[in-house]
Design a protein around this ligand. Structure first.
Ligand code: HEC
Length: 208
């Protein structure tokens, strides 16, 4: 009697154990060709080494050379970062809606340019004060050099940078670059006295 009970419970235990080992997904005997049931996830940007056709193991294709994203046409800039490109940029003109009135040019200037060029463009920002060897030859925006510098050349400098001044293309959209340029030219026309600039500044809206 006892022996029969052992055999009964023993066989229940063994069959429970065996059935728990058979998991549906991993057993090719149970599900023929599991790859057909469980599809592989495809990554747009990188599939490791398994995509040997496209660059960087990507599954998506690279855009055709010269492709411009919708709404980003003004990012297209054909001039090279060379002396010739800089000279040619002199003929570029600002879009008509790049004006001072909305105060955005001043706002962006205060954020990105004051550390070097100073609040009024007198080249007295904290960075220039600390490392005076970084300063350009011209004294400040009231200098004849900036007064007569074509806006297009400033655009070129903001886009690529120039010597000790880095590129600002990653922080200023093309439209914002032109708005900052308008503010540079405004400062240039005002001289560098802070009371003069403050009085003229107050006429600009404070919206950003
Ligand atoms: C890290 C310091 C630094 C910052 C920040 C900086 N500049 Fe400059 N900037 C310079 C230096 C240095 C030069 C002189 C480059 C040269 O001609 O060698 C210069 C040159 C210029 C010129 C003359 C460009 C030309 O074509 O000769 C303008 C205009 C100007 N900066 C405007 C700006 C504006 C606008 C910003 C903010 C968006 C800015 N800078 C931010 C350091 C800086």
């Amino acid at each position: 009697m006892n022996n029969k009970l052992y055999i009964l419970f023993g066989s229940i235990a063994v069959s429970a154990l065996m059935s728990s080992c058979v998991s549906r997904g991993n057993n090719p005997g149970w599900e023929y060709a599991p790859d057909m049931y469980y599809s592989k996830g495809y990554e747009a940007y990188n599939q490791g080494d398994s995509n040997t056709v496209n660059p960087y193991g990507m599954n998506m294709r690279e855009p055709v050379a010269g492709t411009v994203a919708v709404g980003k046409l003004d990012y297209k800039y054909n001039l090279e970062n060379t002396g010739e490109g800089y000279d040619a940029s002199a003929s570029l003109t600002a879009p008509v809606d790049a004006t001072l009135e909305d105060g955005r040019g001043k706002y962006l200037y205060d954020v990105y340019c004051t550390p070097c060029h100073g609040a009024n463009g007198a080249n007295d920002g904290e960075v220039f004060k600390k490392v005076s060897t970084l300063k350009p030859a011209w004294k400040g925006y009231s200098d004849e050099y900036i007064k007569t510098l074509p806006e297009g050349k400033i655009y070129h400098t903001l886009t690529y940078g120039k010597n000790n001044m880095g590129s600002h293309a990653s922080v200023l959209s093309p439209k914002d670059r032109w708005k900052v340029i308008k503010y540079v030219k405004f400062l240039s026309s005002q001289g560098t006295s802070s009371s003069e600039v403050a009085a003229a500044d107050s006429t600009m809206a404070t919206t950003k």
